[in-house]
Design a protein around this ligand. Structure first.
Ligand code: NAD
Length: 368
């Protein structure tokens, strides 16, 4: 049998970055300010909730190419706390009414949208119109059509758009991409993956409201499992069939609790996924022609662990968010497309849209 060419992990990551860099964007994005060597780019976080406060702000204390320069919040008490904690000057603090005047603030190069999903589109578009580059959290928007509007608005404003897909910068995940896409152990024949947690939080939270979240465990957690299958194979799925189950219908009256799906890929692999607000899942298992590889935990912020043919990967964990944001700052500086651009967010939303269609129809639904 013909052997797949050997590619080292480092080679693969380097080549992937070169490939991403080749997707250059308009030269107008290159500006003298960004090219100043040593200048850290300024980031403003919009929405100071759990993820911004628990992960992104601490990560921005570790970044080398950018720093936490500003904040946008509707809660004056948070503005005071954050200003003191992170040394943010008053002139770099905005609320949702004053947001658009951020256009006049040269301290802010990048706006990072960390709001409920229904607000991602509006704030991404307003940020781009204010002349800022944008990172938008996952899921990118309520549906794929909204993603396309966001991509078009950023293109029109000639600003870069990236999605908060931290795992693309994470070494275990990069190893899975290499093993799967480069067929290091032969072709992938089967993938099983799932992500979820048991929701015990506020019953009135935005995550449980369809208008604000777009959906439940699938939008929030399942998106990682969809990504997992896509980046393991390096291909796009063609069709999907899904089912769901609700154990707490009173809590999940508007959004999905647990969803199961099967994806049809062009290579004919058997790919199953599941998402949940009722089960603590976080795994990705792939069968390949010459064995298997797996990650568990596969999708968390830290503590990722993996095996290849039963042997530990022995790869260190890193601060994923710091790596992700630093990479985008470099993209902005160099005027090159992020390896997780808006189009990547749109691809996941196309799959999610099709899963919801399949839950309604009970049939296989084409993706796209
Ligand atoms: P959160 O509820 O903790 O924070 C949301 C923030 O938005 C709060 O500060 C809230 O005050 C503000 N907000 C403004 N307008 C609001 C409104 N109308 N309703 C509710 N809140 C409003 O949520 P979070 O966990 O920080 O999630 C924010 C975003 O980050 C989501 O898109 C989520 O999917 C994403 N996220 C990503 C990761 C990741 O690993 N990439 C992890 C967690 C969350």
């Amino acid at each position: 049998m013909k052997q797949a060419p050997k590619t080292s992990r480092r080679d693969f990551i380097r080549k992937s970055s070169v490939l991403a860099g080749a997707l250059a964007v308009s030269p107008a994005i290159l500006s003298a300010a960004y090219l100043q060597p040593g200048k850290k780019l300024g980031i403003a976080l919009v929405g100071l909730g759990g993820y911004a406060g628990g992960q992104l702000a601490p990560a921005l204390q570790q970044t080398k190419n950018c720093y936490l320069a500003g904040i946008v919040t509707g809660t004056p008490a948070k503005a005071t706390d954050w200003a003191a904690k992170y040394n943010i000057p008053k002139k770099n603090i905005y609320n949702y009414q004053t947001f658009d005047s951020i256009a006049d603030n040269p301290d802010i190069d990048i706006i990072y949208v960390v709001l409920p999903v229904s607000m991602h589109k509006e704030y991404t578009i307003r940020a781009a119109r204010a002349g800022k580059h944008v990172i938008c959290e996952k899921p990118m928007a309520l549906n794929a059509a909204d993603c396309r509007e966001m991509i078009a608005a950023c293109k029109k404003a000639n600003r870069l758009l990236s999605i908060g897909y931290r795992l693309h910068f994470e070494p275990h995940t990069q190893e899975v991409m290499r093993l799967g896409q480069k067929q290091i152990l032969g072709k992938v024949t089967e993938i099983a993956t799932g992500n979820g947690f048991k929701y015990t939080g506020d019953p009135n939270a935005w995550r449980l409201k369809k208008a604000l979240a777009g959906g439940g465990g699938l939008m929030d957690m399942g998106i990682y499992a969809i990504q997992g299958a896509r980046y393991t194979l390096g291909r796009e799925p063609l069709a999907v069939k899904a089912t769901q189950e609700k154990t707490r219908p009173e809590l999940f009256s508007e959004v999905d609790e647990t969803v199961f799906w099967e994806l049809k890929f062009p290579g004919g692999q058997k790919v199953t996924g599941k998402s949940s607000y009722n089960n603590n899942w976080g795994f990705l298992r792939a069968k390949v022609e010459k064995g298997s590889f797996e990650l568990e935990p596969a999708y968390g912020y830290d503590g990722l662990d993996g095996k290849v043919n039963g042997k530990p990967m022995n790869i260190p964990n890193i601060n994923q968010q710091a790596a992700q944001i630093d990479d985008f700052a470099t993209c902005v500086r160099l005027g090159k497309q992020s390896r997780v651009p808006g189009e990547e967010g749109e691809k996941d939303m196309k799959v999610i849209d099709a899963i919801y269609r399949s839950l309604d129809s009970g049939k296989w639904e084409n993706i796209g």
